[in-house]
Write a protein that binds this ligand. Structure first.
Ligand code: CNA
Length: 240
């Protein structure tokens, strides 16, 4: 049986599936990831992206942060690709119990998924650091200088920057999902960002499948599919 048929077989016979993904899930929607050859970490900027996307840099260089953020991460025009769409169908079919994503682009929800844990937050929520008033992403996009609240405070996207802790309720929900699933599909992630990557340690189920264009360090994987995730998911038959 080839890799795709093996995955199809696992999906057909399992009713408790969880998907854990990263930036690679959205590259086929035109959003660059961090660590691929043409990812954001391999382009030239005045500062390394890891530094720009840190809490201390946000506080000390907000103009540079927002310039980078608006250009590279505020991807409001992007559309879901077959991976997002088929995962939404799997949820509708009652097989997929949840998606844990490190992405901030909101594309799983745009594709119709409901149970999505956004470990690193989302570009779709933004709030004033002073009075906590919420703002839509267009407020950030259209700000000519720093996005500023009516109270004068700076508006920050609700995305987790380096040096910032994860939201504990999201983390607990993710641990519980992974802990209870029978089939875990990991896709489009280098599994190098912590603590997110520790989540795999909580998996106790039967089957772990990895779909990634490059090899990643995941010894628990029984099946590794070295292909782009949109292409893999578009070959699966999912009854909704
Ligand atoms: P990463 O470290 O850039 O790794 C991406 C992985 O996906 C690499 O191993 C690639 O080889 C692989 N990959 C790329 N394209 C595909 C594809 N089409 N099919 C299968 N595999 C592919 O990204 P991680 O998600 O592991 O790192 C976590 C960071 C990236 C999180 O904090 C995210 O917020 C952040 N990020 C998110 C987005 C987004 O929201 N779309 C974009 C860029 C970065």
């Amino acid at each position: 049986m080839d890799n795709i048929n093996q995955l199809q077989d696992l999906i057909d016979k399992t009713n408790h599936i969880v998907f854990f993904g990263g930036a690679g899930v959205s590259t086929e929607s035109g959003i660059p990831d961090f660590r691929s050859h043409n990812g954001l970490y391999n382009q030239d900027y005045a500062y390394p992206p890891e530094q720009i996307l840190s809490h201390s840099f946000f506080s000390t260089h907000p103009h540079v942060f927002f310039h980078f953020y608006k250009q590279k991460l505020l991807t409001l025009g992007a559309e879901p690709n077959p991976a997002h769409i088929q995962l939404a169908k799997l949820e509708q079919a009652g097989k997929l119990k949840g998606i844990i994503t490190q992405n901030i682009d909101g594309l799983h929800q745009k594709a119709g998924s409901h149970h999505v844990i956004e470990l690193h937050g989302t570009i779709n929520n933004n709030y004033c650091l002073h009075c906590h008033k919420h703002y839509p992403p267009l407020k950030i996009k259209h700000a000519e200088t720093l996005p500023t609240c009516t109270c004068g405070g700076t508006i920050k996207p609700d995305v987790v920057l380096y040096e910032e802790p994860l939201d504990q309720s999201r983390w607990q929900a993710a641990v519980s999902l992974i802990n209870q699933c029978e089939l875990l599909i990991i896709g489009g992630t280098s599994l190098t960002v912590y603590p997110a990557a520790y989540l795999v340690d909580y998996f106790q189920g039967e089957h772990l499948v990895v779909i990634n264009t490059t090899e990643i360090n995941q010894h628990k994987a029984g099946l590794f599919i070295s292909d782009s995730i949109g292409s893999v998911f578009s070959k699966l038959e999912i009854m909704s």
